[in-house]
Design a protein around this ligand. Structure first.
Ligand SMILES: [Zn+2]
Length: 334
């Protein structure tokens, strides 16, 4: 094939760009790189470990970490552009910000997700969390769950898996004579493959009430998507009440008392709410406002919860104390 290209190029007086022409040897991780020398005309082609093809980084072991890293970098750049426009315009309303995020940043995050999107990638999650926090005016150390909860956004993982299932349904709907289907059936017989992982994923999702794995097709996609979103919401809710990561007390102590559904909150949806009010509301809800319960968390050594007292009385200064109980603010409250 290389000789064919070489003679075609010779015939039309074209030359091959040697710096952009590389060989990647796709192989299991225990294998050495091949020693075969490939030439085009009289040029040797170098081997390389990874290559960017159509915007997707492919490495020799088909490990997509490099690809995800690169995607997260360019998504961060796109988010920075969106944020600067957001601040220049004095803050977009929720629906415009969400639409811009979905059309400028999300397509970058989900580029090629059909292939690599089965597992969770923290770098991509953090881009989305940053977007939520910028809109709500939250701090870096505010809880991600509260940021995503108030915005009502679906997790990156669910969006990735929707893409994976979209490709899977499409493959299942194609006639068996098509090349992608033949490749898919071949790779299913191998020890490790995308198909194997997707089969495992579909099994884990427990979709027997929708269809079984073999008979899955395009018409099931809508029901599958709904199922994924429900799973996402229940996982989010479980994490809200999961204290194992924060043995010293959870910032979500107040938030989880009233937040039940993964839906955008009404204060987020108000179009002309001044940014500082939205910020104060979201900080207070997510337990990251400057109350003693939060600020003394970062003292050295950290103050135990029972000693984080209100400066005006001898109660612990929590959100409920500040909002409802503290005598100091009763005139303002009135
Ligand atoms: Zn007080």
């Amino acid at each position: 094939m290389l000789n064919e290209i070489s003679s075609w190029c010779y015939k039309w007086r074209l030359s091959v760009n040697q710096s952009k022409t590389k060989i990647v040897h796709f192989r299991p991780s225990t294998w050495q790189v091949s020693e075969r020398i490939f030439t085009i005309g009289n040029l040797n082609i170098d081997y390389c470990e990874s290559y960017k093809y159509l915007g997707l980084w492919l490495d020799g072991h088909l490990n997509f970490n490099l690809c995800v890293n690169e995607l997260s970098k360019s998504a961060s750049r796109a988010l920075a552009a969106l944020c600067s426009k957001h601040f220049q315009a004095g803050g977009f309303p929720y629906n415009i910000f969400t639409r811009l995020y979905e059309s400028l940043v999300q397509p970058i995050i989900l580029y090629g997700a059909r292939i690599w999107g089965i597992t969770e990638h923290h770098k991509l999650n953090s881009v989305q969390n940053r977007a939520c926090k910028v809109f709500l005016g939250l701090k870096r150390n505010s809880p991600n769950l509260a940021a995503r909860g108030d915005m009502g956004w679906t997790s990156c993982l669910t969006k990735q898996r929707t893409e994976v299932l979209r490709l899977f349904c499409r493959l299942k709907s194609l006639p068996s004579s098509r090349l992608p289907v033949i490749i898919s059936n071949w790779s299913l017989r191998r020890a490790k493959s995308w198909e194997k992982n997707v089969h495992a994923l579909v099994k884990n999702l427990r979709i027997s009430h929708i269809c079984d794995v073999e008979s899955i097709n395009k018409s099931h996609l809508k029901a599958l998507k709904r199922h994924l979103f429900q799973n996402d919401e229940s996982k989010w809710f479980q994490e809200l009440w999961n204290d194992s990561k924060n043995p010293n007390g959870n910032k979500l102590r107040t938030y989880r008392l009233f937040k039940k559904d993964l839906k955008p909150e009404s204060y987020v949806l108000v179009n002309n709410l001044p940014r500082h009010i939205r910020k104060a509301t979201s900080l207070l809800r997510s337990g990251s406002s400057d109350l003693m319960i939060e600020t003394l968390r970062y003292s050295h050594p950290p103050t135990p919860c029972i000693c984080r007292l209100c400066p005006f009385c001898s109660e612990i200064e929590t959100e409920s104390h500040f909002l409802i109980e503290c005598k100091m603010y009763s005139d303002l409250r009135y």
